[in-house]
Design a protein around this ligand. Structure first.
Ligand code: FES
Length: 75
């Protein structure tokens, strides 16, 4: 999933930067460019840094609740 459309940066690339020590949105920008253009993705990047993963919360009873987006349901 792309988080930063302007710089074509995926969620996994941002997570990799966070795992490598990036702790601010500016660190992420320096690491991969995300957030360095229009800035509309910076709040989402900050949420990722804060551990507020952009995962599907789901409705009560949803079999995908809590799973990262894009993962298919297990059989
Ligand atoms: S969407 Fe990330 S800088 Fe524009």
């Amino acid at each position: 999933m792309f988080v930063c459309i302007c710089r074509v940066v995926t969620e996994s690339r941002i997570r990799s930067a966070i795992s490598s020590g990036a702790s601010t949105v500016d660190d992420i920008e320096r690491a991969c460019g995300a957030g360095g253009d229009c800035g509309s993705c910076r709040d989402e990047i900050q949420a990722m840094i804060d551990g507020e993963s952009p995962v599907a919360e789901g409705c009560a009873g949803c079999p995908r609740a809590g799973q990262p987006r894009g993962l298919s349901r297990s059989a």
